[in-house]
Design a protein around this ligand. Sequence first.
Ligand code: EPU
Length: 301
Amino acid sequence: MRIKDTAAVRLTELGVEVRRGVSLADETSLGIGGTTDELLLRQYETIPDVMRLLADEHIPHRFLGGGTNVLIADGELPWVILHLPVAHPGMRVEGNAAYVDGSADLGGMVTFCAKYDLGGMEGLIGVPGSVGGALRMNAGAYGTQIGPHVREVELYRAATGKIETLCGTDIRFDYRHTSFAPEDVMLRVKLELPSKPYKEILAGIKVCNEKRRSSQPLNQKSAGCIFKNPQGGSAGKMIDELGLKGHRVGDAMVSNRHANFFVNTGHATYSDMLKLIGEVRDRVRDAYGMELENEVIVWRN
Ligand code: EPU
């Protein structure tokens, strides 16, 4: 979708950088996605005004975080993308509290806090994406989830149209799911982290990195796990048991390394990936009587 020049001028006055005709295939870890205009929200304070302007001008929009857990339709997209710039995200530590911008890289935050002897997040080290994205979906790995560490979140709340601060206790963090609304924009978070010697944290990080390297296709284009694990089970294990590793639709393929990772081996399209997801879901339902739920977020056009 292309924004009219008149609206673009008003957005620029609000401190927004308007990027024309951006390919979202370049902004997602799957390397799939069509083209649209992108708005970089450089001044958090003006976000409510920006949102009002988009509503007044009837400009549909979606917020893209790190782009690591999303499958986006191909072609010209019917909505613009909102994105927080990542150049110099704020991160600071005071005692056991860490204050981090939503646009910061999740792994970068873990190592930053480690330097101040703050640990507890070692498991999150290799999870790709932004801190904002991790908050939204309560990212987790190797027994760690971000949710329990959250004390405050500053966010643009779609329900009120304002920037607000929520207490950690007012937010529900479940397995890969939270009580945030899809339109909320995570701006900053305050985490409380346990003190731990730097060396110990590094050792923990090393173990997690090794586990991840040996079990996940880190050098291929993917969106991490495609399906959530069903209660008490493992989607990857079931898909593997069905012999579906290497199964493909076009250039979309079930990873040979981890069966819950679907990789783009070249020029996979949105429909290839969607078809593969559907086929695997059908096979698991037929064999195990279980309905797998997407972990990857699908943006249809
Ligand atoms: N397994 C197989 N074959 C496979 C994949 C896994 O047999 O192809 C088996 C493993 O051998 C193991 C079990 O399934 O016995 C569980 O596998 P793994 O330890 O890899 O964990 P997972 O449940 O598949 C979850 C998260 C990952 C996270 C890892 C490590 C979900 C959907 N996935 O995977 O998160 O990195 O644990 O904690 O919860 C993600 O969310 O995108 C993600 C990658």
